[in-house]
Design a protein around this ligand. Structure first.
Ligand code: PRP
Ligand code: ORO
Length: 286
């Protein structure tokens, strides 16, 4: 049994999607500290730990490192169980940056699994909510569904950012609406070198938006990516990451130890790994 907490201010309305969850809940315990209505729901379904619908409390609760660690481990396990993560050293994958890699994390697969995609979109929503953005932005193409679900959960407008402006029709780079002068959180499915996500952040900035954060499901934790975001003065975070993935895979014996050693070697020096193993890196994909 899991516990779902829904918190709202006394005048607040629960969104439809939450109401559906509430109706399915076994038992609701209500209390109040004067300013907040506090509803504790004993939740029978797997997968959903908690949702916070009050900003102040969300920040204090979600800021606790152990919560983030638990969440990162849970999502890493999903990536492994749903075979989003695959390893192939015989024919290493080519990344959009041109890097060769023995590991690929295909988060596109996650949209196929309703329970897991709910866990991830709720995790995103909890974090995005603490920034109170005007708009949720998704990078094309893989983050469009995540941005859609998060925007629906938070009842916010959504846009998506193309890799390049469309060459016909309205010729837009950002689709959905005008983000000039308003705040945005950008969602991405995955960060390797950070090039794609930073392009999206820059596109939003050039369109006149204030980018509050760029959040991804997964990051390989490359120094190169972290430096790019520092240089761009853009806050960034990920729901889970390479080191957590490796830790969970090792503990639960989901990846054999020699493969773990190999992907760790790749991760410490991704530029060198391909050439050293007879697979030169290639030009970045356009
Ligand atoms: O951090 P980077 O080095 O830029 O790499 C990460 C990017 O690569 C993938 O997108 P891809 O270009 O494969 O496009 P897609 O989302 O349309 O599948 C992924 O979805 C990220 O956007
Ligand atoms: O860098 C990339 O292109 C990339 C790496 C990865 O593991 N998964 C993905 O979708 N893209």
């Amino acid at each position: 049994m899991k516990e779902l907490y829904i918190l709202r201010d006394t005048l607040g309305q629960l969104q439809d999607v939450v109401l559906t969850d509430v109706l399915k809940a076994e038992r609701i315990v209500k209390s109040s500290n004067g300013r907040l209505t506090f509803e504790k729901i004993l939740w029978l379904n797997d997968g959903l730990d908690c949702i916070f619908y009050e900003r102040e409390l969300a920040q204090s609760q979600l800021g606790r490192p152990q919560d983030r660690t638990r969440q990162a481990r849970e999502i890493a396990q999903i990536l492994l169980e749903k075979e989003a993560v695959t390893i192939n050293a015989d024919e290493p994958y080519i990344y959009v940056s041109g890097l060769r890699s023995p590991i690929y994390c295909d988060n596109r697969r996650l949209i196929f699994f309703p329970n897991e995609r709910r866990i991830i979109s709720h995790a995103f929503a909890e974090r995005v909510r603490s920034f109170s953005p005007d708009v949720i932005a998704g990078t094309a193409s893989s983050a469009i569904p995540w941005a859609t679900w998060v925007a629906a959960l938070l009842n916010r407008p959504m846009v998506y950012i193309r890799k390049a402006s469309k060459e016909y029709g309205q010729r837009r780079l950002i689709e959905g609406g005008d983000i000039r002068g308003i705040s945005v959180v950008v969602l991405e499915d995955l960060v390797s070198t950070g090039g794609s996500s930073l392009n999206a952040v820059n596109a939003c900035r050039e369109a006149g938006a204030n980018v509050l954060s760029m959040m991804a499901i997964f990051t390989y934790e490359f120094q190169e990516a972290a430096q790019k975001f520092r240089d761009a003065r853009c806050h960034t975070e990920a729901l889970t990451n390479f080191s957590t993935l490796v830790q969970v895979a090792a503990e639960k014996q989901m990846i054999r130890s020699e493969k773990i050693t190999m992907i760790q070697e790749w991760n410490t020096n991704p530029q060198q790994w391909g050439p050293r193993h007879g697979f030169p890196n290639v030009s970045p994909m356009s």
